[in-house]
Design a protein around this ligand. Sequence first.
Ligand SMILES: Cc1ncc(COP(=O)(O)O)c(C=O)c1O
Length: 358
Amino acid sequence: MSNFWSTVASRTEPYVPGEQIDQEDIIKLNTNENPYPPSPKVIDAISKELDRKLNLYPSPTADQLKAEIAAYHNLSQDNIFVGNGSDEVLAFSFMAFFEPGKAIRFPAISYSFYPVYAKLFNISYEEVPLNRDFTIPVEAFFQSEGGVIFPNPNAPTSIYMDLDGVTEILENNPDQVVIIDEAYIDFASESATSLIHKYDNLLIVQTLSKSRSLAGLRVGFAMGNSDLIEALTRIKDSFNSYTLDRLAIAGAEAAVKDTEYFTATIEKVIHTREWVIAEMKKRGFHVLPSQTNFVFACHYNKTAEELYTKLKQDSVLVRHFKKPAIDNYLRITIGTDENMEIFFEKLDRIMNAEKSRS
Ligand SMILES: Cc1ncc(COP(=O)(O)O)c(C=O)c1O
């Protein structure tokens, strides 16, 4: 810490993202990226935009992109806010809807950026323990003092809460904003977007990073009542007018329009996920019921730390969180079928080497 640091710089505890290793032969299953490239139409749109006017600022409102997102979700443009990855949209949401001095609630096992934002913006929080089966205890989120935020499906558990649970949380927090972080919703049963017209306290945040294969482009968005969207716009316009660059806007528009490619990619990931779950169970893993593009699993007699380390030595990266209650679990992103076959080959080698030694 330096004498020159502000109290904000001093009190924050920055988020640590999953490792990004630049090595050709690595099987990267640690940050929930999509193993498939984005739609060819995205590349085309970005190339065309590159030929245009990068010397000029992009649209500060990105209206065309908002219109595409609104059309896809059966909403109107004033229900949509866009930003530089959903992380930025989440950060703006903390500023727009949560108040210092009024404790917000989120699950104790959840996206680890939430406590980081809370500390950054000086917002107190209660971490609600999960049920023994890692589901979110719905009633524990009723009557929060300052608001609620949780991912649905939850990360890193991969478990989905049905819309009855979501509705109960909304109805029991009528004066607070409930933020649902739907980063992985396209791999799950049903989004809560249909509830936006009924609940003016509902904000849904989604991303193009996972299901649309665009983690590198950094585009996320929020959907909600127009009053909530206006608050987010006020924050953005007090921070940076152009959070999305020209290439991101062009690529994102093309991605949202290409429903056919999107649906086919999701189907492939879900198909592989179901196969991976079955294969892991055969090998003695306990796998939580996943509705995401990753699985969360532990082995009955191998520690997660050992498996993580040995897989890494063999060029397979998965995610291990050294956190109470989940430190014996591994979070494994679903790759292509080929990626996952190599993963199982290497896993089996590690498990069999252990067996022959004991
Ligand atoms: C639950 C959750 N929310 C939000 C994000 C952020 O996504 P992005 O900033 O890439 O849109 C992630 C990324 O892993 C996530 O797991």
